[in-house]
Design a protein around this ligand. Structure first.
Ligand SMILES: [Zn+2]
Length: 234
């Protein structure tokens, strides 16, 4: 088979499908909740998980094509009910090529508390370089979720943001990177949860890493030196 450019519809379909399955394999989603989409810049449309479909039955062909203006390209499947939020983020953030939404356990605990996830470990500093912020509670209608994400993202540039009382939205340059940010946000929320809980039990105060240490770890992780090559930076 001739080489296809990475951004071909075929490869985008495969990568968005794999990103959706990665949520399920990593226990970030329950039932049919959660979704990942990926952007086809040339066609100005996205591929997104269909609504109400179990991950174990999801195939690449079932992903739904939706134009950036919201028009669904002929499909027997309805797109995720969260499509409106994905489209909003693609329209407002030029650098974003993938969007992911979950109600994963530990990020949702922080969502319920309305509390950001503090940068307690180097693994957290590596990926995010900042606390994982939380928005105020907003309704699921119209642009409310997109606006809440955007206002926090523009201040923090954190690619994973917790929605108050709801869950997590994560973005990335690709669908896989958005899903990776959701996975790492859950890891950070889980380790922070246990550290803060155990700390309170043994009466040990836990503070975030100093800002200069966070910057150092983040810069090193995102530098050319980390990883095998440019295609495996994470
Ligand atoms: Zn949700």
């Amino acid at each position: 088979m001739a080489n296809r450019p990475f951004n071909s519809v075929h490869n985008l379909r495969t990568s968005v499908w794999q990103a959706n399955l990665s949520l399920w394999r990593n226990n970030l989603v329950f039932g049919t909740q959660g979704n990942v989409s990926g952007l086809d810049r040339n066609r100005r449309e996205i591929l997104i998980k269909p609504s109400g479909v179990a991950y174990e039955t999801l195939t690449p062909a079932m992903l739904v094509r939706v134009r950036l203006n919201g028009q669904v390209v002929s499909s027997k499947w309805k797109p995720s009910v969260d499509t409106i939020h994905h489209l909003f983020l693609y329209r407002h953030l030029k650098e974003v090529g993938g969007v992911c939404h979950t109600h994963s356990r530990f990020t949702t605990v922080f969502a319920i508390l309305g509390q950001s996830v503090p940068t307690l470990s180097t693994g957290h500093a590596d990926v995010f370089g900042t606390e994982i912020p939380v928005t105020e509670y907003v309704d699921n209608s119209a642009d409310a979720i997109g606006q809440a994400f955007l206002s926090v993202y523009r201040k923090t540039h954190c690619p994973a943001i917790i929605l108050g009382r709801h869950g997590l939205f994560a973005v990335g340059t690709t669908a896989e990177k958005a899903a990776f940010h959701a996975l790492m946000a859950e890891y950070c929320a889980q380790t922070s949860f246990y550290a803060l809980l155990l700390g309170s039990l043994v009466k040990k105060e836990i503070h975030p890493l100093p800002e200069e240490e966070i910057r150092k770890w983040f810069t090193r992780y995102h530098s050319e030196r980390y990883g095998q090559d440019k295609t495996q930076e994470e």
